[in-house]
Design a protein around this ligand. Structure first.
Ligand SMILES: Cc1cc2nc3c(=O)[nH]c(=O)nc-3n(C[C@H](O)[C@H](O)[C@H](O)COP(=O)(O)OP(=O)(O)OC[C@H]3O[C@@H](n4cnc5c(N)ncnc54)[C@H](O)[C@@H]3O)c2cc1C
Length: 230
C-alpha cells in the first residue's frame, strides 16, 4: 500500500528521496528554514513530521518533546490452508490494549487473526515497550499462539512458516498527533497512529494536504494537536 501511495505521489510530481536520513532541522527566527540529511541540505519552509515511531527523534531536532514511543507488535504467519475463517477476528482486549498499556500487561494483548486471499493466516499480536527492537521473541510467539488457540483450537495443526514484528507509534492516550505545532512556524505533525496507521493513512494524508494547501482543515480536530500534552 505504501508503494501504491508512493507511485501515485510521483505521478503527481512529488520527488521521493529514499534512504535519506534526516539529521537536523534548521530554524530561522522560530520558523522552519531547512532540513539537513546525510546526503545534503534542502531549504524548505515546511516540515511534516510523519516519522511514525521515530517522530519524537524528529521533534527533538527542533527542541520539541513529542510523547510518541515505539510499541512492538509481533505477528505469526501460517502455511496456506483451505478457507478456515470468513472474516477478521479481533478480541476486545486487542482493541482496548491500544488505549491502555495496563490492559496489555506483559505484552499479552489479546488476538487478531485473519486469513489472506492466498490462504495464509496472519495471527497477531503483542503490544510491547522494548525500545526500537524489531526482532521476534520466543515469549511473544508463544503468547500469540496460546491466545489464538483458546478461540480457534482447529488452528493447532496448521504449520507456522514465519514471524515478523513492527513498531507502532504509541501515544499516551492512543490517539494520533495531528496538525500545526504552535511553537514552530512551518512544523506540522502527522504521527502517533499506534495500531491504526494503515487504516488512518488516507484520511490523515487528505487532511494534512488540505492544511498545507489552504492553511486550514475543518475536519482536523484541534483536540488532536501536540499542544494537548503541554
Ligand atoms: C503487528 C502490527 C500490526 C498492525 N496492524 C495494523 C492494522 O491492522 N491496521 C492498521 O491500520 N494499522 C496497523 N498497524 C499499525 C501501522 O503499521 C502503523 O500505525 C503505521 O505503519 C504508522 O505509519 P507511519 O507512516 O506513521 O509510520 P511508519 O510506517 O513507521 O513510517 C515512518 C517512516 O519515517 C521514516 N523515518 C524515521 N526517522 C527518519 C529520519 N530521521 N529520516 C528520514 N526518515 C525517517 C522511517 O524510515 C519510516 O519509513 C500495525 C502495526 C503492527 C506493528
Amino acid at each position: 500500500m505504501t508503494v501504491g501511495f508512493l507511485h501515485s505521489a510521483q505521478q503527481k510530481g512529488a520527488a521521493i528521496f529514499t534512504h535519506t536520513r534526516v539529521q537536523a532541522i534548521e530554524l530561522d527566527h522560530g520558523r522552519v528554514a531547512a532540513v539537513v540529511t546525510h546526503k545534503g541540505k534542502m531549504e524548505t519552509r515546511l516540515v511534516i513530521n510523519a516519522a511514525g515511531a521515530f517522530a519524537a527523534e524528529i521533534g527533538a531536532m527542533v527542541n520539541l518533546t513529542i510523547p510518541i514511543k515505539p510499541r512492538r507488535g509481533q505477528i505469526l504467519v501460517t502455511e496456506a490452508v483451505p478457507p478456515l475463517l470468513k472474516c477478521c477476528l479481533l478480541s476486545a482486549k486487542y482493541i482496548a490494549a491500544k488505549f491502555d498499556p495496563k490492559i496489555a500487561g506483559d505484552g499479552e494483548a489479546g488476538f487478531a487473526v485473519e486469513q489472506t486471499a492466498s490462504g495464509n493466516i496472519l495471527i497477531g499480536s503483542t503490544r510491547e515497550f522494548v525500545g526500537f527492537k524489531k526482532h521476534n521473541s520466543y515469549d511473544g510467539i508463544h503468547t500469540i499462539a496460546n491466545n489464538v488457540l483458546r478461540v480457534l483450537p482447529g488452528i493447532k495443526n496448521v504449520r507456522m512458516i514465519r514471524a515478523f514484528a513492527g513498531l507502532r507509534p504509541y501515544t499516551p492516550e492512543g490517539l494520533p498527533i495531528l496538525g500545526k505545532v504552535e511553537a514552530i512556524d512551518g512544523f506540522i505533525m502527522a504521527a502517533g497512529h499506534e495500531g491504526d496507521g494503515i487504516t488512518l493513512a488516507p484520511i490523515t494524508g487528505e487532511m494534512i494536504a488540505e492544511l498545507v494547501s489552504t492553511g486550514s482543515a475543518p475536519l482536523l480536530c484541534d483536540d488532536l494537536r501536540l499542544e494537548r500534552f503541554i
